[in-house]
Write a protein that binds this ligand. Structure first.
Ligand SMILES: Nc1ncnc2c1ncn2[C@@H]1O[C@H](COP(=O)(O)OP(=O)(O)OP(=O)(O)O)[C@@H](O)[C@H]1O
Ligand SMILES: [Mg+2]
Length: 278
């Protein structure tokens, strides 16, 4: 089975006035479809550098990146940009929304760029907003939404183009811990229900619980790779149809405590889907 995203011996060295900074050193990493990988590490550990290399936003000093079966590191800038548009969705710490556009228009923008036909665009925008629990907020501008809602618009924008991989660099860094947890749960649900691969960086130990796998970075090196934390849960929102309407992450109180068996079931489903495609 081909991983959705793979980095092989990725290194990035920055030359500075005070000498070389080894931001990432020989990092091997894989993310499978339907898997949520969290990259954890202190400030300066190399998380952003790693995610930027994996997302084709920054060239590694050495090493290779594959997105599915395409070697991203062998592409020229134009082909790399096309690969990013077609296969990758990005979520940013600062949301990255355009203030004068409504939530729906923000989600629509990348689809306009790739010239998705209008009817299909409308359908995908509505579906993406529904998936993040913001169907009723389509007309509001970012300034009229809470931080958590803005980040959900950011996630809707990232998934509207139906990427294979979601790359999120501290997507909850500007949110309070409760809202951060709901946003992370939403990402987990999208990954497990839709078979998306996701790699998410965070400082927050609580958010690490949502991961299928945790990669710990220290001074640019992987110091440990852990499996799923036993307490991980998607809080029982899992719905076999991937129907995430209603309260998914809505306004911070939609995420109930108490896991049901939905999470393992959906993970098993995701795995089954992966294997049937292998
Ligand atoms: N463009 C650059 N030029 C020089 N050094 C850089 C550059 N970008 C990053 N670095 C250095 O590389 C190291 C890793 O930085 P990076 O931004 O990847 O860390 P991070 O784990 O994302 O940190 P944070 O949690 O603060 O976002 C740091 O020492 C940083 O100073
Ligand atoms: Mg960073």
């Amino acid at each position: 089975m081909t991983p959705a995203l793979r980095g092989e011996k990725l290194s990035r060295t920055f030359s500075t006035a005070t000498g070389d900074v080894h931001a990432c050193v020989d990092i091997d990493i894989e993310v499978a479809p339907g898997e949520l990988v969290v990259v954890r590490g202190a400030s300066g550990a190399g998380k952003t550098t790693l995610l930027n290399m994996l997302g084709g936003l920054e060239r590694p000093t050495s090493g290779r990146v594959w997105v599915g079966d395409v070697e991203a590191t062998s592409l020229d800038e134009e082909a790399l940009a096309a690969l990013r548009r077609e296969r990758l969705g990005f979520v940013f710490q600062s949301f990255g929304l355009i203030p004068i556009l409504s939530a729906a228009e923000n989600v629509e923008l990348p689809l306009r760029i790739v010239k998705t036909p209008p009817a299909e665009r409308d359908r995908r925008v509505a579906e993406a907003l529904r998936l993040v629990g913001l169907a009723g907020h389509a007309a509001q501008r970012p300034g009229e939404l809470s931080g958590g809602q803005q980040q959900r618009v950011g996630i809707a924008r990232a998934i509207a183009a139906q990427p294979h991989v979601l790359i999120a660099d501290e997507p909850t860094g500007q949110l309070d811990s409760r809202t951060a947890a709901t946003v992370m749960d939403l990402i987990g649900e999208l990954v497990h229900l839709q078979g998306l691969a996701a790699i998410v960086s965070t400082h927050d130990p609580l958010l690490v619980q949502r991961a299928d796998r945790v990669i710990e970075l220290h001074d640019g090196r992987v110091t440990s790779v852990g499996g799923a934390a036993p307490s991980r849960s998607t809080d029982g929102h899992g719905d076999r149809d991937g129907d995430l309407d209603g309260e998914v992450g809505s306004d911070g109180d939609g995420v109930a405590e108490g896991a049901t068996d939905a999470a393992p079931r959906t993970r098993a489903e995701a795995r089954a889907q992966r294997e049937s495609e292998a």
